[in-house]
Design a protein around this ligand. Structure first.
Ligand code: ZN
Length: 433
């Protein structure tokens, strides 16, 4: 029997440079360093170069990849896993909106939400995620049902996943000042983040101003869904960046989607990105959802663009860019399991995050942690021993398989990575029929 304070070392692991607090020796072509990672109890007690002699208990990883745990900074736990009872009739954005509205009214009781959200968290945890932000549909009367469920789950899951929530309302809801202020105060009580979906209504500028004023008054961070469309005239990201500068906003601002940038002339799009960099906004791209919804056609023709935003132009300007899951098995995305390794694999293919891989692996750890204002998962002395081992030694080996056999350690202990059974949701799916 081993004592919890005994040292245990994983020798000869490959750790990407973005997942180490400091480089050790020379990285290989994929940006990996060969290191030994020593655990003591629930913490990492030492990180040394692989040629360093290790005493005591050790496991040779033979050059296999070791990462810290993942951060998923943009999800919709409240919508998740409703597909079986409420599919999207045609895979379109409009179809998703009306399908979700119908399901919300018919089924989103506290019990229904709690079971689906917990199911989704069990998936995320098994895949290796240790922090997650969810948007919460917050129109009346749903907010009063959903926010207490979120708070309850946040407390129940506190030791396993750090949870944050953002209120989600259409920007037009901000016109009702009484409603929006009440919602913002509810968000503040829950330690949440103020959010809205921005699109080009005539008074968009005033409404965005109102969001900033409210966030400043209550000391809240901001998180927007912006320009999730192929329409080049959708420029709300530009207006958000201008507002951030005008209000000298000092909180964190994250903006998700920004799909229309990819459909605008270069000078327009790049001008906006210069402003985004100046305003210090973070951007989250949701490649799987964007690929699914954007440019979907109903005339028998094939989509012509990938739906995603200009991440390469963003990082070259020093903008903090994260990648996240977005929706899972709901009318906005028929698939997904809150597996950040799947999201990263898909992102690599859709957004060309390879040749070279460069700093992109930070998009699933440090970048989302920064915009959430939490400590980034990292492999460093004193960091929690939250680690994922993959049976792969290079990017091509890592990204060619689903990595369903990964080993996840939390607090130095291997966790059960068995995924919840879909039949756990059967009772809910039948309830609406
Ligand atoms: Zn979203």
């Amino acid at each position: 029997m081993t004592h919890s304070n005994d040292l245990m070392t994983f020798t000869n692991a490959r750790v990407h440079e973005t997942h180490l607090s400091q480089p050790l020796g020379v990285a290989d072509d994929g940006g990996f360093h060969r290191v030994n990672v020593t655990l003591q109890g629930n913490k990492i007690s030492d990180v040394t170069a692989a040629d360093h002699t290790i005493e005591g208990t050790k496991t040779d990883l033979a050059g296999r990849i070791l990462t810290p745990s993942f951060v998923d900074c943009h999800t919709h736990l409240d919508k998740g896993h409703i597909w079986s009872r409420q599919p999207n009739p045609d895979g379109s954005f409009g179809g998703a909106l009306s399908a979700v509205a119908q399901d919300t009214a018919a089924n989103w009781s506290a019990d229904d939400l709690k079971l689906r959200m917990d199911f989704a968290l069990r998936c995320a945890y098994a895949h290796g995620t240790s922090a997650l932000r969810t948007h919460i549909d917050s129109q009346a009367p749903q907010a009063a049902i959903s926010w207490p469920v979120f708070e309850d789950l946040r407390d129940t899951w506190a030791e396993r996943i750090t949870l944050q929530a953002v209120c989600l309302v259409g920007i037009e809801a901000v016109r009702d000042t009484m409603f929006f202020n009440t919602l913002a105060k509810r968000v503040q009580v829950a330690g949440g983040v103020l959010g809205a979906v921005t699109y080009m209504v005539p008074d968009i500028k005033d409404l965005i101003d109102q969001v900033f004023v409210t966030a400043k008054d209550l000391g809240l961070d901001l998180d927007f869904h912006a320009d999730e469309t192929g329409d080049p005239d959708a420029v709300s990201l530009h207006l958000i960046a201008q507002a951030a500068l005008r209000h000298e906003f000092s909180g964190r601002i994250n903006v998700g989607h920004c799909c229309s940038l990819a459909r605008q002339p270069d000078d327009t799009a790049l001008g906006t990105l210069d402003l985004v960099a100046k305003a210090g906004l973070s951007i989250t791209t949701l490649p799987m959802c964007n690929l699914y919804l954007q440019d979907r056609r109903h005339d028998g023709t094939t989509p012509r663009w990938r739906g995603v935003t200009l991440v390469h132009e963003m990082t070259s300007r020093g903008i903090n860019v994260a990648i996240a899951s977005d929706n899972t098995r709901d009318p906005f995305y028929a698939y997904g399991d809150l597996d950040m390794m799947e999201v990263y694999r898909m992102a690599t293919r859709i957004l060309h995050l390879d040749h070279p891989v460069g700093q992109w692996p930070a998009t699933m750890t440090t970048a989302p942690a920064n915009l959430m204002g939490i400590a980034p998962p990292t492999i460093a002395i004193g960091a929690p021993a939250d680690l994922i081992q993959f049976r792969a030694r290079s990017w091509t080996e890592l990204l060619s398989r689903p990595q369903s056999d990964r080993i996840v350690l939390r607090g130095g202990k291997q966790i059960d990575t068995t995924l919840p059974d879909y039949s756990d949701l059967d009772a809910l799916m039948e309830s609406s029929k």
